[in-house]
Design a protein around this ligand. Structure first.
Ligand SMILES: Nc1ncnc2c1ncn2[C@@H]1O[C@H](COP(=O)(O)OP(=O)(O)OP(=O)(O)O)[C@@H](O)[C@H]1O
Length: 246
């Protein structure tokens, strides 16, 4: 079902409805000001729920990363309204509720895989012992515990991205945002990373939003939102709200 369109299906009972994690209403984001201003996204309206499994596709520069950064709270909308009802408010005030997988190397080179997974938990105040236990559990859950003692330089690009997925799920997020997570991987490694992202989202009951250039990767998700020149071609820009349609 397209999460951004008014549903024509019978209403689910409240306890069966997925939580709305992110609501974008006519959102725009402009980088810079004056003659150097770039309107990276324009008039974006969409919903992300705990059952969302969506690929955002579009040419380079179409605004995919900017939209993910807005959802993550890493950028602030310059027009429109961003809300995170199911996350308890603006993400930066609620660290851990959103997990982000970035394109390319993101592991700290001096730490082994398990320490890399544990590191954000330590920063969030988890005790050393608990952080290590949670990190190992995340690696085990993704069946990559054999990589725990390896340094990033000893990992392939695909293995590094799988550890990056473990780092995200160790914090038990409600929303997983992955920005070109397979951009530097071959098809086999990309497929394994997508397997893990989908598995993680299902096991955590988390929403999953993946930006990608790759149509094969996009086809792994049940829903695709296409962007061009900062605008979303699909879904349509009407979203249901308690007060009516935007
Ligand atoms: N920090 C920034 N400062 C200024 N302009 C930016 C910045 N980040 C992105 N842009 C511009 O915003 C537009 C959208 O960029 P964005 O990175 O969101 O697109 P994208 O679809 O993710 O591209 P790619 O697939 O190449 O990563 C582009 O014109 C880009 O040059």
């Amino acid at each position: 079902m397209n999460a951004a369109l008014p549903s024509t299906e019978p209403e689910a009972s409240p306890q069966n409805e997925p939580d709305v994690l992110v609501c974008c209403s006519k959102v725009a984001h402009t980088y810079g000001t004056g003659v150097t201003a770039v309107e990276a996204v324009t008039d974006i309206s969409c919903l992300v729920t705990t059952s969302t499994r969506v690929a955002i596709t579009g040419p380079s520069g179409s605004g995919k990363s900017t939209l993910l950064h807005l959802m993550a709270g890493l950028e602030i909308a310059t027009a429109g309204v961003m809300e995170w009802p199911g996350l308890g408010g603006r993400p930066l005030a609620r660290p851990g509720r959103i997990g982000i997988v970035f394109q390319g190397p993101s592991l700290l080179p001096a730490l082994d895989a398990m320490e890399n997974v544990a590191f954000p938990l330590l920063l969030a105040g988890t005790s050393d012992l608990d952080a290590r236990e949670l990190a190992l559990a995340a690696l085990q859950r993704l069946r990559i515990a054999d990589l725990a003692a390896k340094l990033p330089q000893e990992l392939s690009g695909g293995q590094s991205q799988r550890v990056a997925v473990a780092r995200v799920i160790a914090a038990n997020p409600s929303l997983i945002l992955a920005d070109e997570p397979t951009g530097q991987l071959d098809h086999h490694a990309a497929s394994l990373v997508m397997d893990l992202l989908l598995q993680a989202a299902d096991e955590l009951g988390a929403g999953l939003v993946v930006s990608t250039h790759d149509p094969v990767v996009a086809a792994r998700l049940p829903e695709i939102w296409r962007m061009r020149d900062g605008r979303m071609l699909a879904p349509a820009t009407t979203i249901p709200t308690p007060g009516g349609l935007l």
